[in-house]
Design a protein around this ligand. Structure first.
Ligand code: CP
Length: 365
């Protein structure tokens, strides 16, 4: 592993090890205060962020390192037409590690393939958000005492909610997990996650649209914001944005030890009254995210196989693809904006002959 693009790149053992390091940092912060002395993190954020960017920056400062970067792609040479690959190649000459958020799906993957230092996906469009999953997993472990034998309800925008996609992928590898997907039909979880991750791992799941009815069996309720910025049809967003609002009346149907998670930002899908309930753990997630990002930076800098050299700034060719088509049907995919991305598809199921885009996982036509 060079960077971290998809949570599936980390084994359960690696996740356990990251959580153990994060918990050691919580207990003994002084042990780590110089761990990244003379190292630089670059935060390249082409999309707005409060938690992810600032927690990465706080994480690097607390490890004794320093931070460069930008919080708005419009202040970078991307506005002059510079590609993601070139941007990453250049920043890899200045920093030891990069955290990239981009509205284009697959952009951090292309960056990681093309630069000399590890790239961390800090959220790519509606696709994935693996470091939010690290925050979620540590919160579940610390609040529930386990990561197996849990019934997890995901509620809201499961179509565009990238944190949902990454957390489902991670939890699908644990024992005794059941998922309850609560969403309007327009915002259902993508079918590739159902067929190729959840069913493939033998995970029990149900899909429904009633939060109140689902509530009593849940150990965890993962609320999400309806992602207005991803909708092509703004009228549809207006119609769906208040589909679910968690109130204390609804909390009355939940188990006494259920926990409520939310990646934040919240708009109005959780009433502020719920914040006072001890089962509300979404601000604990924020803090845990910083510790998990510290652990991840330590891991990636410790195991970095890349290095700065003339050769290292050359792109890594993609060699293991199933065919040579190069445009994905998802118009938000990086194959539409980056020149010369070849062989975009990978064979994910030989028996069914299912091809998926290597960058955004959309099924090939
Ligand atoms: N959870 C999360 O990604 O928050 P930000 O968009 O503020 O980074």
């Amino acid at each position: 592993m060079n960077g971290l693009i998809d949570i599936a790149e980390l084994s359960i053992e690696e996740l356990d090890s990251l959580m153990a390091v994060a918990e050691d940092i919580i207990e003994n912060p002084e042990k780590y205060q110089d761990s990244c002395k003379h190292k630089k993190l670059a935060t390249l954020f082409f999309e707005p962020s409060t938690r992810t960017r600032l927690s990465f920056e706080a994480a690097m400062h607390e490890l004794g390192g320093s931070v460069i970067g930008f919080s708005d792609g419009d202040n970078s040479s991307a506005v002059k037409g510079e590609s993601v690959a070139d941007t990453a190649r250049v920043v890899g000459c200045y920093a030891d590690i990069i955290a990239m958020r981009h509205f284009i799906e697959g952009a951090p993957f292309v960056a990681d393939r093309n630069c000399a230092v590890p790239v961390i996906n800090a959220g790519d469009g509606g696709h994935n958000h693996p470091t939010q999953t690290l925050a979620d997993l540590l919160t579940i472990k610390r609040e529930k005492g386990r990561l197996n034998n849990l019934t997890v309800g995901f509620c809201g925008d499961l179509k565009y909610g990238r944190t949902v996609h990454s957390l489902c992928t991670a939890l699908s590898r644990y024992q005794g997990i059941k998922f309850v997907f609560i969403a309007p039909k327009e915002l259902k979880i993508p079918s590739y996650l159902i067929y190729e991750v959840i069913e493939k791992n033998g995970i029990e799941y149900v899909e429904c649209d009633n939060l109140e009815e689902a509530m009593p069996e849940l150990d965890i309720l993962y609320m999400t914001r309806v992602q207005g910025e991803r909708f092509e049809d703004k009228a549809e967003y207006e119609r769906l944005k208040d589909s679910y609002i968690l109130t204390m009346d609804k909390m009355a149907h939940a188990k006494e030890d259920m926990i409520v998670l939310h990646p934040l930002p919240r708009v109005n899908e959780i009433s502020t009254q719920v914040d006072y309930d001890p089962r509300a753990c979404y601000f604990k997630q924020v803090l845990n995210g910083k510790y998990m990002r510290m652990a991840l930076i330590l891991k990636l800098l410790g195991s970095a196989t890349k290095g700065i050299s003339a050769d290292a700034v050359r792109p890594t060719p993609l060699t293991d693809d199933a065919n040579g088509e190069c445009k994905c049907q998802n118009t938000k995919c990086i194959t539409h904006t980056e020149q010369e991305l070849q062989q975009a598809f990978k064979l994910v199921d030989k028996d069914m002959n299912i091809l998926r885009c290597k960058y955004c996982e959309t099924r090939a036509k």
